[in-house]
Design a protein around this ligand. Structure first.
Ligand SMILES: [Zn+2]
Length: 197
């Protein structure tokens, strides 16, 4: 069913968002047009502003509206502690947890040749230039997927070649979780990564 070019175009455009199918896009379009035109206008302004100003940080490749992001330029953070993550959302999650006070490097993906993601796309050259002797530790926090693990393995080797202390984030039992509901892989990993208390 067609609602005319303007409405159809808006519905189609909203479908670029992750997890938004035709029905949700239609609901959003009608909501904006019927009930919140001021919000829609604000959305246009902010989207335009973000597209014009947001870029990758020169040092860590996280998204920022400055040449260097607020984390890379924060003198109170330990700049010798480097955490490698796959995505800006991972930085946000770690920052919200408040448990890390170093800096980051964002790969924007993980090694995945089938998706056209190789060392060049992940900025390895830029990353390796930052793997210098003044780092006290490199923490590899890629996701515990097959590709994330392969990427972690590759990066760990590069750190070993430079004699840098390198660690991998732990995987295992989630806080508040129950052993009987965990999958076998997670449980095996949790058991092998056990620590003395
Ligand atoms: Zn940065």
């Amino acid at each position: 069913m067609s609602f005319g070019a303007a409405i159809d175009g808006l519905i189609q455009a909203l479908r670029v968002l992750p997890g938004v199918g035709p029905k949700s896009a239609q609901r959003m379009a009608f909501f904006l047009l019927e009930r919140n035109r001021a919000g829609a206008a604000q959305l246009v302004v902010q989207l335009q502003k973000a597209l014009e100003n947001v870029r990758r940080c020169d040092q860590c490749r996280n998204l920022t509206d400055q040449p260097r992001c607020a984390i890379c330029t924060d003198a109170r953070r330990d700049q010798r502690l480097l955490c490698i993550v796959e995505a800006p959302a991972d930085v946000a999650a770690l920052e919200q947890s408040g448990g890390f006070r170093g800096r980051y490097f964002v790969l924007h993906g993980r090694l995945s040749p089938l998706d056209g993601l190789g060392p060049k796309e992940l900025g390895f050259e830029h990353l390796f230039a930052q793997l210098t002797n003044d780092l006290t530790e490199v923490v590899i926090a890629t996701n515990p997927t097959v590709e994330g693990e392969a990427t972690a393995h590759y990066l760990a080797q590069e750190c070993h070649r430079r004699s840098l202390p390198v660690s991998r984030i732990a995987h295992g039992v989630p806080i508040g979780g129950e052993l009987e509901y965990l999958d076998g892989n997670t449980l095996t990993q949790a058991m092998s990564a056990r620590r003395r208390v």
